[in-house]
Design a protein around this ligand. Structure first.
Ligand code: TGC
Ligand code: FAD
Length: 369
């Protein structure tokens, strides 16, 4: 039911408009209320805090269907759910949960997540953003880069070091003096998602805005586990849309007097695509079961994110070729998906970082440094 309801909503609200917004490099803000109504903001956050109270399988299926529409729209849901609502729910005080979660669930407030810095992407532990205890408040300084939703976010969950060098999460609100969010322009990828910087110039953050219940690099990485899980499902949505488009086109397009679907080389492509999609579905389905039981490991999530995004990138490329010249136009969704996946393969841990996480898992030896 969750899958079909989300699919219907995406077909109705996202598919007809998304190419235009992507071409104009604009986030379709009119989708926010509807995403809140279908429960795409905080699907697994308990209903008492405004979330949809669903399980992890439902969360995954929602991300699959939303990303089938567009990765940028799924990004907004991932950030809001797993990178803003989740840390407030899991590491926040009861007052913070009550103040922020229900407004984030409806989309009345939108959030962003500031971990990456200009000089610290794959290595967030080296971050230099910092805060000092000034008695009745904290003073926050630093800069974050490549932040989804930053240009319009009302609240930012920001990771910074205290005077002892320990990483903590702080909730920074738009309007705080010294806090600005310049937009990043000229992206060839994820164009329907707004990306920006977070600049903190002596921002006074009230002490009650510190997330009290977890600190250290494991705190932001714990949020990433949840978002990476959603991406593993989302990538399947992209692959399914590319496959469906190529299958339909190949049965209609006539060359040498026959539909191109009747040539063995084209059938090989389609057969391999559906095989890879099915394998990726099995991976996320089992991972969803393990997550529901609280038994999924970070390394398992990494494996699924890396495998499924790579699978979608490859299927996008093959599917685009099956459409010949038509494949490069905005008449079809494939090229947009392919370009989006270039961000998805980089953010939330690059393809190679996830390979190293799997390498560390099997050998016990970290090869990052
Ligand atoms: P390392 O020493 O291995 O670990 C530090 C502490 O963190 C713990 N930990 C985790 N905890 C929870 N979940 C995970 N996945 C964890 N991975 C590690 C670890 O146990 C340790 O805890 P403790 O208690 O011993 O201190 O850390 P390291 O500095 O060697 O780095 C490891 C590495 C490279 C794997 C990590 O830094 C990493 O994952 N880098 C990639 C960075 C990344 O993914 N950035 C994403 C930014 S957000 C984003 O891209 C949003 S896009 C949103 C959208 O639009 O959808
Ligand atoms: P780098 O870390 O400089 O990596 C460059 C290359 O070096 C990569 O190929 C990488 O795999 C490789 N590399 C790095 N270290 C190693 C190593 N030890 N061994 C082998 N190879 C290595 N971040 C946020 O905090 N919040 C967001 O909302 C957010 N949204 C994003 C949206 C978009 C559209 C994009 C593109 C990025 C976003 N990011 C966000 C940032 C994203 O997480 C980083 O871009 C990503 O973690 C990689 O960091 P980097 O770009 O600095 O690349």
């Amino acid at each position: 039911m969750v899958r079909d309801a989300t699919r219907d909503w995406v077909k109705r609200e996202v598919s007809p408009i998304i190419e235009d917004y992507c071409q104009r490099a604009e986030f379709p803000t009119q989708l926010v209320n509807g995403l809140g109504e279908i429960g795409a903001f905080g699907p697994y956050i308990p209903a008492e805090y405004g979330g949809a109270g669903l399980d992890q399988m439902s969360y995954g299926l929602m991300m699959q269907e939303i990303e089938r529409g567009d990765s940028g729209v799924r990004s907004t849901c991932s950030v809001q759910s797993s990178l803003v609502m989740y840390p407030i729910f899991a590491y926040g005080s009861e007052e913070q949960r009550k103040k922020y979660l229900s407004k984030l669930a409806t989309g009345e407030w939108m959030g962003c997540f500031g971990l990456t810095e200009p000089d610290h992407g794959s290595n967030p532990g080296g971050m230099i953003s910092n805060f000092k205890d000034i008695g009745d408040h904290y003073l926050l300084n630093g800069a974050k880069m490549w932040i989804s939703n930053a240009p319009f976010a009302d609240v930012a969950v920001v990771w910074a070091k205290n005077e002892e060098g320990r990483i903590h999460g702080l909730i920074v609100e738009r309007g705080m003096e010294g806090f600005t969010t310049p937009e990043t322009h000229n992206k060839w990828s994820l164009r329907a998602s707004a990306t920006g910087e977070l600049i903190f110039d002596n921002v006074k953050v009230p002490k009650e805005n510190l997330l009290p219940n977890k600190s250290g690099l494991g705190a932001p990485l714990g949020c990433l586990d949840s978002a990476r899980y959603g991406i593993a499902w989302g990538a399947i949505g992209v692959a399914m849309d590319c496959y469906d488009t190529a299958l339909r086109y190949s049965k209609e397009r006539i060359q040498f007097g026959k539909p191109i679907a009747s040539f063995q080389l084209q059938q090989k492509k389609l057969a391999e695509m559906i095989t890879e999609i099915t394998k990726a579905q099995m991976l996320t389905w089992r991972l969803g079961q393990l997550k529901n039981e609280g038994r999924a490991t970070s390394a398992q999530v990494s494996m699924a994110k890396r495998n499924n995004v790579d699978m979608a990138l490859k299927i996008g490329r093959e599917a685009r070729q099956m459409l010949g010249g038509m494949g490069i136009t905005g008449e079809y969704s494939i090229m947009r998906h392919m370009m989006n996946m270039e961000s998805v393969v980089t953010y939330e841990g690059t393809h190679d970082i996830h390979l190293l996480i799997t390498g560390m898992d099997v050998t016990g030896i970290p090869a990052f440094k």
